[in-house]
Write a protein of this length. Sequence first.
Length: 205
Amino acid sequence: MPQGLRERKKQRTREQIVEAAMGLFAERGYQATTIADIATAADVAPRTFFAHFPSKEAVVFHTADRDLGGLASALRDRPPGETAFDALRGWIDTMFDGWIAEADDAVLRKQLCRQDEGLANFQGGMLARIHELLLHAIADDLDEPQDALRPRLVAAAAMAALTSLESAFDEQGGQRAPVTKAESLAVLDDAMLFLRGGIDALQNR
């Protein structure tokens, strides 16, 4: 089987698993849905499920590896003179349309995390990984160790700024808020402007 065809088949199977899992989670709830249920609904064997996902939690956060890998690359591969915040803003701009297209899953993910402590902890681990990536890049910008106070304070502010994006996925009466990309990014740009100013001030001290 040609490599391209093999990869497309794997991707279709992964998408089937995600679609089946998220549908069952919405219908039955997270705890009431087993991996065997997901495999049956996706018309695959349980071993095929595990070939694509290491756990049930990983299906809920099925875009995590893509998103975290993209952010890591954006921060790692930024050209000289580009700040961590410029790289972060560029990555968000690139990813935003895809996130909007996946917003129904994002709304369901929020609901599931509110209902299940294990999922909330899984999400906390993802946020910790984002924080670590930003802290490393910000420390490089400031030419300071990662455990120094200033990089840690700026990274904490950056994590707070990222929560402004949640307005794109807020629920209003069970529906997503009709927010546009331009509106969401305008809010984020205000936060990025503040953060860039802070970095500039610290670098010039």
